[in-house]
Design a protein around this ligand. Structure first.
Ligand code: HEM
Length: 494
């Protein structure tokens, strides 16, 4: 009898298992178990920290938030709701307190960059930004620090002046459409790819695409178009470098034209999302239709760096720039950097130096442009300082100690917070104590810079307002609190 019951039971089970609905129902069950079990097991002891329930279960929640372009503002809202500690993913806690900056990023903190940075690698070699190894980073810093010395940076002023002068002349050209329109000319038009219109005695244009700070070295300013030549095949161009290093022949490879600033944005959007996705899922995520353009952008951006390096090698007498300095870098054996490492570092300089400066300067221009009071005050200070100087572009020596200009720049860096997200770090062996909480080795931690820059307890009721005077008016403890919370360039060894 028992044998018969067993046979019926197995037959029923087989019938259920053969139904597609069974497998469909099983998928959410498996997903829930895969997410809930680690949450309950809690190997890093993070269950005490508050946060959105989805964030506690999966890093997919932050990937989605980043994909919506809401990383900094979402984290800021979460800290308003939950306080200093917020769980952003199963292994990540965000800590919104100025004291956490030094504890996490400081020289003696010992924390390393998180796996987040693996998404930023485009070459076999890592660069100074995406290497996670402390030893490799120290080696790179030793070999490349000469590029960032005050003397090297000052040597770039002549080159920067040429690009600034080109920018000013493009903007002057745009302004000349006002009298042109008043004498019967067209009231709308294009300068390169920059659309303008004359209205109310003024010319209106979007300074972001028309600034093209990123494009200056690629001739975009003068052509007024988002365009740059890049290596068509990364593999072939790196092979050409290798061959040239052996034979001394000129580096030649096939190139193509791309809208570089647009491609840069597409790539940046994908990279930030991938940073929150475990690496085993990267190739799957990149195949999703939403991320296809970002995936195609990566090798193009890498090709841009390779083409820039090749151009520089074949024209060593060109104007002074950071690529020159990079080519002068030598490793500990006195050898120049390999083609792969050279391209990876050049890629970093183009990305880290261009997008940040373009976004910061465009945001600050916007804040100044919309407030005539600030504009007039800044102009008065500059007019006085530059009174005796006959040049379109201000020499650094004439403007390096202007209190209101400094205040405007600091306020732009604070309010806009170009790098507003908290750069993620991994707690080292032995753990780390921050504000009385002990974090186990392997936990990811970060300090949300945008939140610190907008915290009313530090900046006052007008924290969200662009008010440069705060940098001049604040004194004593208040000023110290502001400076302790101000970290637009992060701090410590990175
Ligand atoms: C307004 C302009 C800029 C801002 C706000 C900015 C901000 C930052 C921040 C916050 C980091 C740390 C990122 C992290 O830990 O993940 C960083 C790293 C870096 N930045 Fe900038 N940056 C700016 C301009 C530049 C320029 C002009 C260059 C060079 C041409 C540059 C080169 C680098 C490099 C090489 C790193 C990596 C450092 C390392 O990991 O050792 N940055 N920047």
């Amino acid at each position: 009898m028992a044998d018969l019951d067993d046979t019926i039971g197995v037959a029923r089970l087989l019938t259920v298992v053969q139904k597609p609905t069974f497998w469909l129902a099983l998928i959410p069950a498996v997903v829930i178990v895969a997410l809930v079990v680690p949450y309950l097991y809690d190997p890093l002891g993070l269950r005490v920290f508050p946060g959105p329930i989805l964030a506690k279960l999966t890093s997919g929640w932050m990937a989605w938030t980043v994909n919506e372009n809401r990383w900094s503002v979402t984290v800021e809202k979460l800290h308003h709701k939950y306080g200093i500690f917020v769980r952003l993913s199963p292994d990540h806690v965000s800590i919104a307190h100025p004291a956490a900056l030094n504890a996490i990023y400081g020289h003696s903190a010992g924390a390393t960059k998180a796996p987040f940075y693996d998404a930023f690698s485009n070459f076999r070699a890592r660069n100074m930004f995406n290497t996670r190894s402390r030893t490799e980073h120290s080696r790179k810093r030793r070999n490349e620090s000469h590029m960032f010395s005050p003397q090297s940076v000052r040597a770039l002023e002549g080159t920067a002046r040429v690009h600034h002068s080109n920018l000013v002349s493009q903007w002057d050209k745009l302004c000349s459409y006002v009298p042109h329109t008043q004498s019967g000319g067209a009231a709308v038009g294009n300068l390169g790819a920059c659309e303008w219109r004359v209205d109310d005695g003024r010319v209106w244009f979007n300074c972001m695409p028309c600034d093209l700070a990123f494009g200056a070295p690629f001739g975009m300013l003068l052509s007024g178009r988002d365009t740059a030549r890049v290596a068509k095949s990364l593999k072939a161009s790196l092979a050409a470098f290798g061959a040239s290093a052996k034979t001394g022949a000129e580096v030649t490879f096939e190139t193509e034209e791309i809208p570089a600033a647009q491609v840069l944005n597409e790539r940046a959007e994908l990279t930030a999302v991938l940073g929150w996705v475990p690496s085993r899922w990267h190739s799957l995520v990149q195949r999703l239709p939403a991320f296809r353009t970002g995936k195609e952008a990566s090798p193009k951006m890498a090709g841009l760096a390779v083409a820039a390096v090749a151009k520089r090698i074949s024209n060593p007498d060109a104007r002074e720039d950071m690529l020159n300095k990079l080519l002068e870098s030598r490793d500990e054996n006195g050898e120049p950097l390999s083609a792969d490492e050279l391209s990876a570092e050049a890629f970093l300089l183009i990305i880290a130096g261009a997008d940040t400066v373009a976004n910061t300067s465009c945001a600050t221009t916007y804040y100044i442009a919309r407030d005539p009071r600030i504009q007039a005050k800044l102009q008065a200070e500059l007019d006085e300082a530059l009174n005796a100087i006959n040049s379109d572009v201000a020499p650094y020596d004439a403007v390096k100690h202007l209190p209101y200009l400094d205040a405007v720049i600091n306020e732009g860096l604070r309010v806009f917070s170009t790098v507003g997200a908290g750069p993620p770090r991994v707690v080292p062996e032995g753990g780390m104590t921050v504000l009385g909480h002990h974090f186990k080795e392997g936990t990811c931690v970060s300090v949300p810079v945008y939140h610190l820059h907008h915290d009313e307890r530090i900046w006052g009721d007008n924290a969200d307002e662009f008010y440069p005077e705060r940098w001049i008016e604040a004194t004593g403890e208040r000023k110290k609190a502001m400076l302790d919370a101000f970290a637009p360039f992060s701090l410590g060894p990175r």
